[in-house]
Design a protein. Structure first.
Length: 573
């Protein structure tokens, strides 16, 4: 009695008056001094206050009190079970058990749970095969109309009726988890939709527990998704999936990478789809914000950029061959964080499938996200994944707002070069044409003069790529490039473009074009920008230049690369 009294009062000691009230309320007895005063493991303290002698009791070792709490609970469970078996018709009387277990959650004290597992767990001496059935029955028939028999008065602490209901229900569940080492929610809750019922129970308990008690309960009880019964079928079929939960005292709840258990979808993978009736990001934010739960607010804060910019990623899903489902938001986060839970190629495949089913306004930013990662990861991905990503990214770029990704060119160029090296242009015309088509579709994305000129110079970086273009030899490409350069504002011209055009003219053997346009193009550059060129550039351009400042810059370039000429060294000497 002292142990359970301390437990239900969350105290390490008990006064004699409190012990007397507990004895009288539960057993109809009194005289705590006689019962406990000489008990070896109980320390009795006495004090004289206002000529009144006060006594209090505490255990010499706290763990012994926790063991006694567990043993008392086991004793009362056994008595309730025997009474239930002898008087089924009269109903089960759990009034004492309810009185003992409706004030403080057992999960508040981890040592009490450990002792219960040792005593009543599957390998414990107090285990009985009928206990889970009893606890399940008590859970569903818990009397919420009063405090039990009128002659049973046990109130170690002031609690509202709803608080006691919540604590007793939660403790019955915890005891079932102790006895059975885990239960299926569908079995213990006895409902067709265990996920919804569990949510309602947990919300009720959360509303009545203190913050500390809820934290302890959440650390003790773990929830895992169980196997899915009644597997669904193809689109249009009426069968749906029924999810179940496994509850246990393992104390850890893993983050779920599979959301299929809450979707109730009839769509079978492998596939991806967008559900217009799925989670609405704005509604979700409103509902969760209304609760003012600080933990939830932290999660909403972390996800705010995603919820604002890509809300439909919450209701676009990819389902794999094993019917596991991930949302688009999860797929994006997995790729962003480099989640080691699955191969890199699988992350890209998830995002790619989601991208293809997102509403149009959200495709370009997701395509841009893919591009920024693909330029770094392409060498680590299978060729078929790279090809699928390139095709979709180029398509999304054409359908979007024209935001283009020049950084993607090395990936595309390498893919096309490898492909062209494998095919015979005469025998595999279709494959060759498809590879060249990738280049042309990519080039067609660029609309502004600077972007188009940059793409022209990128294509000029490879003989194989240039050979598949439409320019060929001659000055047509140079004239088009010069027109694009001159279309740029004079104060916003990239000097690298002028240098690139001059190098392209040399590769094409267009000396006459260089004699005409080299000096005017170079004069658009600042002296420091001329130093972007190499010594070989100066060798090529010197015959076409008369400007003294440019010729001086060429001398500086030559000195940097090759040092002083012999005559100059002699003059300095």
């Amino acid at each position: 009695m002292i142990a359970i009294g301390m437990f239900n009062r969350r105290k390490q000691s008990l006064t004699a008056d409190e012990a007397d009230r507990d004895l009288g309320g539960l057993l109809g007895e009194a005289g705590s001094a006689l019962l406990f005063g000489r008990f070896f493991f109980v320390h009795e303290a006495q004090a004289l206050v206002a000529e009144e002698r006060l006594r209090s009791y505490e255990f010499l070792h706290t763990t012994f009190g926790e063991y006694l709490v567990a043993r008392l609970v086991c004793d009362e469970l056994a008595r309730t079970l025997v009474g239930a078996e002898l008087a089924v018709a009269a109903g089960r009387d759990d009034s004492v058990l309810r009185s003992l277990l409706s004030f403080v959650p057992l999960s508040d004290r981890a040592q009490v749970l450990d002792n219960l597992r040792e005593l009543a767990g599957p390998a414990g001496p107090r285990w009985h095969s009928s206990l889970v059935g009893l606890l399940r029955t008590l859970f569903h028939t818990d009397d919420r109309t009063g405090d039990g028999p009128a002659d049973l008065i046990y109130h170690p602490a002031d609690r509202r009726r709803t608080e006691r209901d919540a604590v007793y229900e939660a403790n019955l569940l915890v005891l079932a988890l102790v006895v059975e080492d885990g239960v299926r929610a569908s079995h213990f809750l006895a409902v067709a939709d265990p996920v919804d019922r569990w949510w309602r129970c947990a919300q009720f308990w959360r509303s009545q527990f203190s913050e500390a008690s809820w934290e302890s309960f959440a650390r003790a009880v773990s929830v895992e998704t169980a196997s899915i019964a009644a597997a669904g079928s193809h689109r249009g079929d009426d069968t749906s999936r029924t999810a179940d939960l496994r509850l246990s005292l393992r104390g850890t709840t893993e983050l779920a990478d599979d959301v299929s258990w809450i979707l109730r979808s009839t769509v079978l993978g492998p596939t991806a789809y967008h559900n217009t009736r799925g989670v609405d990001a704005a509604d979700l934010t409103r509902r969760l914000s209304l609760l003012c739960d600080t933990d939830v607010q932290h999660v909403l804060h972390a996800l705010a950029p995603l919820l604002r910019s890509l809300p439909n990623t919450l209701r676009t899903y990819r389902v794999d061959e094993e019917q596991r489902a991930v949302s688009g938001a999860h797929a994006l986060m997995g790729l962003l964080c480099g989640d080691a839970g699955q191969p890199l190629a699988a992350h890209y495949a998830d995002v790619l499938d989601v991208l293809q089913h997102l509403p149009e306004p959200e495709r370009p930013p997701v395509a841009g996200f893919l591009v920024r990662h693909l330029v770094h990861d392409a060498a680590r991905l299978p060729e078929e994944i790279v090809r699928a990503l390139l095709l979709e990214v180029i398509r999304s770029g054409a359908a979007g707002d024209g935001t283009l990704w020049g950084a993607l060119w090395p990936v595309l160029e390498e893919y096309v070069n490898r492909g062209l090296a494998r095919v015979d242009p005469e025998e595999d015309k279709a494959e060759s044409k498809a590879l060249v088509g990738h280049l042309r579709r990519y080039a067609a994305l660029f609309q502004g003069p600077q972007e188009r000129l940059q793409q022209l110079l990128r294509e000029a970086g490879s003989t194989r790529i240039w050979a598949e273009g439409d320019w060929g030899p001659g000055s047509a490409a140079l004239e088009w490039g010069r027109a694009l350069f001159e279309a740029l504002p004079a104060d916003n011209r990239d000097p690298g473009l002028a240098v690139g055009l001059l190098r392209l003219a040399h590769e094409l053997g267009q000396r006459e074009w260089l004699d005409t346009y080299a000096e005017p193009l170079l004069l658009t550059l600042r002296p420091t920008d001329v130093l972007r060129m190499r010594a070989s550039d100066a060798d090529i351009l010197r015959p076409s230049v008369r400007d003294a400042s440019l010729l001086s810059s060429f001398e500086t370039i030559q000195e940097i690369w090759r040092g002083l000429a012999a005559g100059d060294r002699a003059a300095l000497g």
